[in-house]
Ligand binder design. Structure first.
Ligand SMILES: Cc1cc2nc3c(=O)[nH]c(=O)nc-3n(C[C@H](O)[C@H](O)[C@H](O)COP(=O)(O)OP(=O)(O)OC[C@H]3O[C@@H](n4cnc5c(N)ncnc54)[C@H](O)[C@@H]3O)c2cc1C
Length: 664
């Protein structure tokens, strides 16, 4: 019992939500509020962004991380690649994945577990392009320091099984070149990317990044579902003060922010969860909130708007022999705005043939005998029961996938009710923009070339089936609730629209400039930020998880930069950074925070006695800089500014501080 408890919780700072109790813990701030524990940061959502962010912030600040799901550590559905489909097909309340069907009629899933999407995803790891980083305005050097922090801990080079090799060679033969070998970088051509599965097929998740946390300053509560963010609305601007969450027994608790300046609630609940929580907390379109009797804290029509999901279309290729299971390992990055990937087989444990492998699994591909309109969840359940009588050959084959890089078709989420456990109404409007349809057709044509390529055909030996036959089979293989048309194999446009499924890269809903500012602070309120995939206008790279984790890691800098001077005027130098490597961010932050502090201090307190503080801060900044030569100076411009102010140092000196170079 003791052992299984240990396996489940792994780190001493992870506890069930019901254990939440008033103070005296070392992880709660000394600044208490009304006898309750109070934290420098409360992070809502222990997912792909939330875990690295919590780990990094806890180096210097007290952090409470609240995650609605359980832990991933002793969950076999999460831990093993062979259970990828099974985990998605598990629609029980305890499942690490929560299924939803968008109003478009496409089955989809969102994570509900510590580690978030990294616990249920296909594991492919690939960085964002340099142009993406530039477009969102992130500091390239900071980004390049943050990716390796993740890669050293949980990312691996995959060993390619024959299916992936055949697709890789087929891609090159189809002209998606050059071959860039194994790389995390986003480059045109064909490449092999990283994976969070090790060579034993064991998954490593964002929850493992918590190993880098300061255990004295971090509290992680699982089965802690945040229902609402609370605001103090007595001042001019509403100010977030805490959250209400319920534990695994349904008992509600209040967690409170410290009164120290700079303390914040950070929402990292994912592209569905973050806008949903803002809406339920009173931030969103007034008319929508009033429909559900939610008190309006801030009227913002953009919350939940401009959501997008990258549409996925697949071609199912049956094989004559069994194919080893593989998820995404190789990718073709085309100049047409389409990415090509592949998956094959299914989990091959002795009895797994009797299990439900869900949508986009090989057996669904080969055996989708249920007419499309009738493919309800109940029908699939029935199908699962009857499939034990099917011949073994039916379970062989794989998919070649094509997805649109930056879909122009946009949708939205809106509330259905006020229950945070329920999915909101989600619409993506797949292929409503003609350019998305055109790119899908380009993608299918590339897949046709791959299937006909010498390398791939040699491998599959699929007996003279025409591409038409494959398309026909694929109409059946892509399970969604959309009506099918008779010309599906004649018109590739129609094929794209009718067979659309998801690659689960949905994003948006809390856009920069609309819902949050360029520092991810929620516009119009204080002490609240959103940091996760809901802030993206486009999904980064070929697959987003690398960049979402990197964002969590590097956001520490932007979050802590703004708390340079505490309420009592003392400097808080050295915020953030650290982690397993103990390099990079911590040193840079130290330098940069000290520099900002020096400048701010000089501007705010341009009187003689304060000159001492400024000089001390500048000196510590320079010392830190020389100790971390590799670190980029984020604010080089501030050095002369600060120095000038120090020299001139008069009570009436007014110099406008350049805005911090932010991450977005
Ligand atoms: C099946 C699947 C396959 C995928 N395959 C890949 C892939 O191969 N490669 C890749 O790069 N990307 C892949 N992705 C996408 C990628 O995993 C996600 O884009 C990414 O994980 C999203 O990160 P996030 O931090 O925005 O949200 P999440 O990781 O989903 O984190 C949000 C967290 O918040 C929690 N939460 C939500 N609401 C609340 C609340 N009210 N209170 C408390 N907690 C809350 C959730 O339980 C969750 O843990 C896949 C996704 C899925 C679902």
């Amino acid at each position: 019992m003791q052992e299984s408890h240990q396996a489940q919780y792994r780190y001493p700072f992870i506890k069930p939500a019901s254990s939440f109790s008033p103070p005296s813990s070392s992880a709660s701030s000394q600044a208490q509020t009304g006898g309750e524990p109070a934290y420098d940061y409360i992070i809502v959502g222990g997912g792909t962004a939330g875990c690295p962010l919590a780990a990094t912030l806890s180096r210097n600040y007290t952090v409470l991380l609240l995650e609605r799901g359980g832990t991933p550590f002793a969950n076999a559905n999460v831990s093993f690649m062979r259970n990828f489909h099974i985990s998605l097909a598990d629609i029980s309340e305890k499942s690490a994945s929560q299924m939803f069907i968008s109003t478009d009629g496409v089955f989809n899933s969102r994570a509900r577990v510590l580690g978030g999407g990294t616990c249920i995803n296909a594991g492919f790891y690939s960085r964002a392009s340099a142009s993406f980083i530039k477009k969102v305005g992130w500091d390239a050097e900071l980004v390049n320091e943050s990716y390796p922090w993740i890669e050293k801990q949980i990312v691996y080079q995959p060993q390619l099984p024959p299916w992936q090799k055949a697709v890789r060679d087929g891609l090159i033969e189809a002209g998606i070149s050059p071959f860039n070998g194994f790389t995390y970088d986003h480059k045109y051509g064909t490449k092999v990317g990283g994976t969070i599965f090790d060579r034993f097929g064991r998954r490593h998740t964002a929850a493992e990044l918590l190993a880098s946390a300061n255990p004295e300053k971090l509290h992680v509560l699982v089965h802690a579902t945040v229902q609402k963010i609370e605001f103090d609305t007595t001042g001019k601007t509403p100010k977030a003060v805490g959250v209400i969450f319920k534990d695994e027994n349904g008992v509600t608790h209040r967690a409170t922010l410290s009164k120290r300046s700079g303390s914040e609630i950070i929402v990292s609940s994912g592209a569905i969860g973050s806008p949903q929580l803002l809406l339920l907390s009173g931030i969103g379109p007034k008319t929508e909130l009033e429909k559900f009797n939610i008190s309006v804290v801030l009227d913002n029509e953009f919350v939940g708007k401009d959501m997008a999901d990258n549409p996925l279309n697949t071609i199912f290729v049956p094989t004559n022999g069994p194919v080893k299971q593989s998820l995404i390992q190789t990718v073709g990055i085309t100049k047409l705005g389409v990415y090509i990937e592949a998956s094959s087989g299914f989990g091959q444990s002795s009895d797994s043939i009797h299990w439900d492998h869900g949508i986009a699994s090989a057996e669904i591909g080969q055996l989708s005998t249920i007419p499309p309109k009738q493919r309800t969840h109940e029908a699939i359940h029935h199908y699962r029961k009857s499939k034990r009588n099917l011949p073994h050959e039916a379970f062989m084959g794989g998919f070649i996938l094509e997805k649109i890089a930056m879909p122009l078709s946009k949708g939205q989420i809106s509330l259905i009710n006020t229950n945070i456990d329920d999915n909101p109404s989600i619409t993506f409007n797949y292929f409503s923009h003609p350019s998305d349809v055109a790119r899908c057709v380009d993608g299918i044509r590339i897949i046709e070339k791959i299937v006909q390529s010498k390398h791939f055909a040699n491998f599959t030996k699929f007996d003279k089936k025409t591409t038409d036959k494959l398309l026909n089979m694929s109409v059946q293989a892509n399970v969604n609730l959309l009506p099918k048309h008779t010309n599906d194999t004649k018109s590739l446009e129609q094929f794209c629209k009718d067979t659309v499924i998801t690659i689960w890269h949905y994003h948006g809903g809390c856009h920069v400039g609309k819902v949050v500012d360029s520092d991810y602070k929620v516009l119009g309120v204080e002490r609240l930020r959103v940091i996760d995939g809901s802030t993206f206008y486009d999904s980064p790279g070929t697959n987003p998880q690398a960049t979402v984790m990197m964002m969590g890691r590097s956001a520490d800098f932007i979050v802590t930069s703004s708390r340079v001077v505490d309420d009592d005027g003392t400097l808080e130098v050295g915020g953030g950074g650290g982690g397993k490597t103990g390099q990079g961010m911590s040193g840079c932050n130290c330098v940069n925070v000290a520099l900002i502090s020096a400048t701010k201090s000089a501007i705010d307190h341009g009187s003689q006695p304060r000159l001492v503080h400024v000089l001390v801060a500048l000196e510590s900044a320079l010392l830190a800089f020389f100790a971390h030569r590799n670190c980029s100076l984020m604010f080089p411009a501030l050095v002369p500014v600060a120095a000038k102010i120090c020299v001139e140092d008069g009570p009436n000196t007014h110099v406008s501080t350049p805005p911090p170079k932010s991450l977005a």
